[in-house]
Ligand binder design. Structure first.
Ligand code: ADP
Length: 519
């Protein structure tokens, strides 16, 4: 059957989205493919349609258990025989499915990567015809990304054990250069047909709110939103629970979802959100992977996530139906400290940790940036024609009062210079502020000419200016748990008075963001 007919007949769509047709045709023609599309770009069809057009069974490797079930249910509904194999099955279900596989009953089999090297599965698969393997979320193979899964590294071994090498399709929403190289290399893609569609999601409005009282902001925001669906992401389970009860106390119908809840409660929460019984979902990043709810009108990040990739993926769950939607990041510097702590805890390997710090820093820079936010996002994903002004983000549309902070910047840069670029943000701020902190005194930093040079500013204000200088590239941070502030080639221009520095007033003002027990 012609692929346009399959699209219409099985999926009910009239035309392909950008990139879909080439990726589908590539597989049908027997080429490996690499599809890079933003979240909700329509990657699933790129492997589902070839599976219907080619003979044999397509294996879809996916790390997302909830996605497997949703997709299999949706496919079954339109008369396509599909199944999934993962750890949620009872042994009775598993045996039944394995028997069906043996009898060649499925067009698509979704499988979790951990299963691939089970000898029983390998033996079974050897006896059926697998012309095509689709590797969803293929960035999970790379250590550079935010989502590395060691089991993905086992995929090439599994493939090489098959009698005939199938066509391989790799799909991801991540497009940084290192990760793309890793995918091609580690999966041994052979001259893949690469399709990178634009990363821009035009219907999403991006906004950063700096130093605000987060809970008041959320109350005001959801009041205006009536019963529209929205997700509020928090970085910890504790924060999810506390914000969830706060909203419920204020008589808003909010569900909560995090990895520490039992399966039944999680399913219940997910169900009431998806079916619009409760419009608000307060969740950790455990929620949402593979959830295809089209009418999410806003995604608010209560805390900064660990990377731009994670942010864009989570924020991208808004507006899957193409309607206008908002993505708001509530920024507070304390959250960065928390994330750094979590990175330090979760990465023993120094190389991994340093990548994680770098990834976080890009997002911090995004929050302090005065430039077009959409442009910053697209620049991160390596888009060539980066926009200067999108007119659909808070930096492009909201008049922000800018303060000339050139003098302050010069004082900070010379202080970093005099401290021999050996200290972190806090100590630099303390020296400028004239603090009598032990570390300052122990290192005799009170003898420096820049000591107390900004004693009319609080330490927090100085740290905010330093963070802005980092985001604008006038300073840099080393990538470690205790990063050191360094000068950059552009520092000189400011020191010599050849470049002026401006800062948005809302970044500059005193942080009033609430703590957990604020209310
Ligand atoms: P991704 O995996 O890239 O995040 P999905 O494959 O889940 O995205 O697709 C996102 C949504 O877009 C789904 O609801 C899907 O049915 C829809 N979709 C995909 N392709 C098309 C198309 N050609 N026309 C209209 N809708 C589409």
């Amino acid at each position: 059957m012609n692929i346009n007919n399959v699209l219409k007949e099985y999926f009910g769509y009239d035309s392909f989205r950008r990139g879909q047709e080439e990726l589908i045709q590539g597989v049908i023609d027997g080429n490996d493919v690499l599809g890079i599309m933003p979240t909700s770009g329509g990657k699933s069809l790129c492997y589902q349609i070839p599976s219907l057009v080619t003979k044999g069974t397509t294996l879809v490797i996916s790390p997302l258990i909830s996605l497997m079930k949703d997709q299999v249910d949706a496919l079954t509904e339109v008369g396509i025989s599909a199944t999934y194999i993962n750890s949620t099955l009872t042994s009775l279900q598993l045996n039944e499915r394995l028997q069906n596989i043996k009898e060649d009953k499925y067009e698509l089999i979704y499988i979790a990567p951990e299963r691939l090297n089970h000898q029983g599965f390998i033996n079974l698969i050897k006896n059926i015809d697998i012309p095509f393997i689709a590797i969803d979320e293929s960035h999970c193979i790379s250590k550079w990304g935010h989502d590395f899964r060691p089991s993905y590294r086992e995929i090439p071994k599994f493939i090489s054990n098959l009698e005939t090498r199938p066509v391989i399709g790799a799909y991801t929403a991540t497009a940084t250069e290192e990760i793309i190289e890793d995918i091609k290399d580690l999966l041994n893609l052979q001259e893949p047909k690469e399709v990178i569609t634009g990363f821009d999601r035009e219907n999403l409005f991006f906004k950063v709110e700096n130093n605000i009282d987060k809970r008041s902001f959320i109350l005001n925001y959801i009041k205006k939103r009536n019963d529209e669906s929205g997700i509020i992401y928090c970085s910890t389970r504790k924060e999810v629970e506390s914000l969830g009860s706060f909203l419920n106390d204020k008589r808003y119908h909010a569900s909560i979802y995090h990895g520490g809840m039992n399966k039944e409660d999680r399913e219940k929460a997910q169900h009431s959100f998806i079916y619009d019984e409760s419009p608000i979902m307060v969740a950790t990043n455990a929620f949402g992977m593979g959830i295809d709810k089209s009418n999410v009108r806003y995604v608010i990040h209560y805390n900064i996530p660990q990377s731009m990739e994670a942010y864009y993926q989570e924020a991208g769950r808004a507006g899957r139906d193409g309607e206008d939607s908002e993505c708001i990041l509530l920024f507070s510097p304390q959250d960065v400290v928390k994330q750094k702590f979590l990175i330090g805890e979760s990465h023993v390997n120094p190389e991994r940790a340093s990548i994680a710090y770098k990834n976080l820093q890009y997002l911090v820079d995004y929050c302090y940036s005065h430039d077009c936010l959409r442009g910053k996002i697209l620049e991160y994903f390596g888009e060539v024609d980066v926009i200067d002004k999108c007119d659909n983000c808070s930096n492009c549309t909201i008049e922000r009062e800018l303060k000339d902070v050139t003098i302050e910047a010069q004082k900070i840069l010379s202080c970093v210079y005099r401290m021999n670029e050996k200290f972190g943000t806090t100590v630099v701020a303390q020296v400028l502020n004239g603090s009598k902190n032990k570390k300052v005194l122990n290192f005799n930093l009170d003898n420096l000419s820049t000591y107390g040079l900004m004693d009319n500013y609080t330490e927090k204000d100085i740290k905010n200016i330093i963070a802005m200088l980092i985001s604008q590239g006038y300073l840099s941070l080393t990538e470690s748990k205790f990063p050191v502030v360094r000068l950059t080639p552009t520092s000189k221009k400011v020191l010599k008075g050849n470049e002026k520095v401006y800062m948005a007033v809302d970044i500059f003002k005193e942080n009033t963001s609430s703590s957990d027990n604020y209310y």
